[in-house]
Design a protein around this ligand. Structure first.
Ligand code: NDP
Length: 496
């Protein structure tokens, strides 16, 4: 069990000072991984002060200096990748295969991408838009960024929040979920080992209502970048408005998965199972609503059910385990209650819909679940479940498919499965979501943006587009003729 603190402030690891003790739990076993004291407002204040002090130096480093520091950081993370994979697996209940193959390499790739992107921050070409002036654009860092992250991909979310901000010359105070702080602290520790100055990246592990609130409302925090649920995102935006802070919101999702009658059924069925069950379904882009054109519907449901039967639940440190636990018993019970409500509302639970038997049933595991016959307006179709639950419903026409895909408050991600280029084109254009995959669902890449439409939020993570969130664009206009009496002065000095 770890005894070291879960705060990383001004380059030092320590405990919080709120007086509130807490335990970091492995949700797949119930084991206590660490005990600590949560961050309180004083810790947040200290972290913001450290970030503010570091901003003066970090914001003036050249892009090349930031880039080189981040490349060293990537090497450091790579050197500690097995430790990161083990820690992430235990803290979030993820199979070790997932953290070794996805969370950790994805994070390292993200660091390397932003090391490169730091040297490519661009404005429009300068020019004389007025004959007597040269206009140039400066892209400037904003200041101290207050970032708030969820528990589903703790390491990757820390990276998505911190990297574009730091690459652009900002400094960061990140609040991870109190359930999953361990890899965020390691992430910051490796930044320091790579020579990134103290105070550039700080971690405050505390509860949302205490540490999160203190961060959002802190007068020296220039921007709030939040990833989490839509309900909390609304509160964050409302509170940040009080001090006119810039806000970036990456919120919930309810991704549709459209299977047209010309699709490769086997590819779609495999895609649906993998897309619905990755990270035990605790993925904001997870495939949650499969709409299948009627000629394929019955076979698709049978094939998905058969594939789900083959998904192995087990100890997260076993490389053969396919699916781990949910993040907590609370989350498991929440998922179970939503499935129960769907069943009571007339839906059919084709597979799963229960806590597994045996030892896994005593921790936060839940069986892969396939639901049919749910009403489009029911909670299981409309609301985020954030668990290993796929709802499958039929459709008849292409118009209906597009309508159903857009028929929730969310708009984060979607996929369309078809071999018809016109259908693919229409789905890409008409589905209201920040990402539409054609014939796949889930892959993410550092080079491309991730972010929502509608109640899924606004602003982009990853890619060069994320710099639009983390920079101010300044217009500098330089008079180039040296004329004392400028022509536009006639509005004041006409007769003189
Ligand atoms: P929450 O919204 O409950 O929490 C997210 C973060 O906000 C946590 O760090 C939490 O702290 C903090 N928080 C909670 N209440 C407040 C508050 N009043 N003020 C400030 N901060 C607060 O989400 P979950 O952690 O449950 O994560 C799951 C959600 O995240 C899902 O809805 C999912 O879709 C979304 N998500 C979105 C992604 C995207 O890119 N769009 C990516 C990943 C997840 P604490 O829990 O420690 O109290």
């Amino acid at each position: 069990m770890e005894t070291t603190g879960q705060q990383f402030i001004a380059g030092k690891r320590r405990s919080g000072t709120s007086g509130e003790q807490y335990e970091v739990i492995n949700p797949a076993t119930g084991e206590v991984l660490a005990t600590d004291t949560l961050a309180g407002p004083e810790d947040v204040h200290e972290a913001v002060a450290a970030a503010r002090a570091a901003f003066a130096e970090w914001s003036r480093t050249t892009p090349a200096e930031r880039s080189e520091a981040m490349l060293r950081w990537a090497d450091q993370l790579h050197a500690r990748s097995e430790e990161l994979a083990q820690t992430e697996s235990r803290n979030a209940g993820k199979p070790i295969r997932l953290t070794r193959g996805f969370d950790v390499p994805g994070t390292i790739d993200n660091v390397r991408f932003f090391a490169g992107a730091a040297r490519n921050l661009e404005g429009r070409a300068s020019a004389e838009y007025s004959a007597d002036h040269t206009s140039t654009i400066r892209r400037e860092p904003i200041g101290v960024i207050g970032s708030i992250a969820p528990w589903n991909y703790p390491l990757q979310m820390a990276a998505w929040k911190a990297l574009p901000a730091m690459a652009a010359g900002n400094t960061v105070v990140l609040k991870p979920s109190e359930l999953t702080p361990l890899t965020s602290v390691l992430f910051a520790e490796t930044a320091r080992e790579a020579g990134i100055p103290d105070g550039v990246l700080n971690i405050v592990t505390g509860s949302g209502p205490v540490a999160g609130q203190a961060l959002i409302t802190h007068p020296d925090v220039a921007m709030v970048s939040f990833t989490g649920s839509t309900a909390v995102g609304r509160q964050v935006a409302a509170q940040a408005a009080g001090s006119v802070k810039r806000v970036h919101l990456e919120l919930g999702g309810k991704a549709p998965f459209l299977v047209f009658d010309d699709a490769d059924l086997e590819a779609a069925a495999r895609g649906a199972v993998a897309g619905a069950l990755i990270n035990s379904g605790q993925d904001c882009t997870a495939a949650t609503r499969a709409y299948v054109q009627r000629p394929l519907y019955k076979t698709f449901v049978e094939r998905v059910a058969a594939l789900m039967d083959g998904v192995r639940l087990g100890p997260v440190d076993d490389p053969d385990t396919d699916m781990g636990s949910l993040i907590s018993l609370r989350q498991r019970d929440r998922v179970a209650a939503m499935v129960e409500a769907a069943r009571e509302g007339g839906a059919t639970v084709v597979r799963g819909g229960r806590v597994p038997d045996g030892p896994l049933g005593r921790t936060a595991h839940y069986e892969p679940t396939l639901i049919t016959d749910a009403a489009q307006d029911s909670a299981i179709v409309q609301q985020e479940v954030f668990g290993p639950v796929l709802v499958c419903l039929p459709f008849d026409t292409d118009d209906e498919a597009i309508h159903l895909a857009n028929d929730t408050p969310y708009g984060l991600a979607a996929s369309a499965w078809t071999t018809n280029v016109f259908r693919a084109g229409r789905a890409s254009r008409e589905i209201q979501a920040g990402c539409v995959w054609i014939n796949d669902h889930i892959p993410i890449i550092s080079e491309m943006p991730h972010g929502g439409y509608k109640a899924s939020g606004f602003g982009k993570d990853m890619s060069a587009y994320s710099f639009d969130e983390y920079t101010n664009v300044k217009h500098v206009m330089t008079e180039i003729t040296g004329t004392r009496h400028k022509s536009w002065h006639d509005v004041i000095f006409t007769s003189r």
